[in-house]
Design a protein around this ligand. Structure first.
Ligand code: SF4
Ligand code: MG
Length: 319
């Protein structure tokens, strides 16, 4: 499979707004050197606790945020510094689904207008018929085209968000926690829909989530983020069955397993302390104050991602 997206040493720092002049130069390194590729037709799951930089990474890819450093190559083209004007034709191929369907849909626009927006921007004609087809595609009733977002349930509203993202027939969709705001019963329906649409339309997804069960379900490969970096990335089965990074192990130990035999053998790993502030990250391996395996080297040297047992891990002592 070819790489559709390649992200290389991507960084994003936000200035820290503190009232003391001498601290003005402080910055929060929200994303601190992230590299990965996404292959044509696959789903890459991006997981980690809230604040680890996964949404920021997604927003940089679709150029809703300007990266501080690094590069983004999409379909063979460097899009890191393209202007908004140059971005317009690219928007067709590069779309995003947001976490909260209601707040991402304009309440004063009808569903028809919302889904038509990306088509109108691209100068497409015959929009109303296309919007009806899209409503049908995502399992909504085409006759509801003139209704407003508040007339729909959360799950239906997310279907509208999906229809809008798919209106221009994109190649890559960044889905930022697309089911986190929904009831558990509705989550499965939306995940099913996204999988069906992927098969039907040949979509490639970056699926951002903090829920490891959902990511296991949808992803081909998975990248685990901690404090703005990827600590482990590889084939889903490898990473879930044999996690190599202590952080991945801890995250997975908290996920319920359907098989009680495995459950008994498995130990829940409880991490010490809280997630440190990205404004003041620990030295060396930023996970070291919480890591059950930390050794003196860990506080001194930041491990880089290295190939280990069919995946890449950033740890001095991977399992
Ligand atoms: Fe733990 Fe050290 Fe590995 Fe970091 S490098 S995850 S502190 S063992
Ligand atoms: Mg987020």
């Amino acid at each position: 499979m070819d790489d559709l997206l390649r992200v290389s040493d991507l960084r994003m720092s936000f200035p820290l707004n503190v009232p003391f002049a001498r601290r003005r130069d402080l910055a929060v390194r929200a994303v601190d050197g992230v590299s990965f590729e996404v292959r044509q037709g696959e789903t890459l799951g991006l997981v980690g606790e809230s604040g680890c930089g996964k949404s920021t990474t997604g927003r940089m890819i679709v150029r809703l945020l300007e990266p501080t450093a690094g590069s983004i190559t999409f379909a063979g083209r460097d899009i890191t510094h393209v202007s908004q004007g140059e971005m317009r034709p690219l928007r067709r191929d590069l779309q995003m689904i947001f976490q909260d369907p209601y707040s991402s849909l304009n309440p004063r626009q009808t569903v028809g207008q919302i889904i038509a927006n990306p088509l109108v921007v691209q100068g497409v004609s015959g929009v109303r018929a296309k919007v009806k087809d899209l409503l049908d595609l995502v399992g909504l009733i085409p006759e509801h085209i003139d209704r407003y977002p508040h007339e729909f349930s959360g799950g239906q509203a997310q279907r509208i968000g999906i229809a809008r993202a798919l209106a221009t027939r994109p190649k890559l969709v960044i889905a930022d926690e697309p089911v986190s705001a929904l009831d558990v019963s509705v989550q499965a329906q939306i995940v099913n829909l996204m999988e069906e649409l992927q098969r039907e339309l040949g979509l490639t997804y970056v699926f951002i989530a903090h829920d490891l069960s959902v990511v296991r379900r949808v992803s081909d490969r998975v990248a685990v983020m901690y404090l703005g970096r990827i600590v482990e990335i590889g084939d889903k089965h490898e990473v879930y069955r044999h996690p190599a990074h202590p952080y991945t192990k801890a995250l997975l130990s908290a996920v319920p397993v359907p098989d009680p035999k495995i459950e008994r053998k498995r130990e829940r790993i409880v991490l010490r302390g809280d997630l440190p502030s990205p404004a003041n990250p620990p030295s060396g391996c930023t996970f070291h104050p919480r890591c059950p395996k930390a050794a003196p080297l860990c506080a001194e040297e930041n491990p880089v991602l290295r190939i280990h047992e069919k995946r890449q891990v950033a740890c001095h002592f991977p399992d």
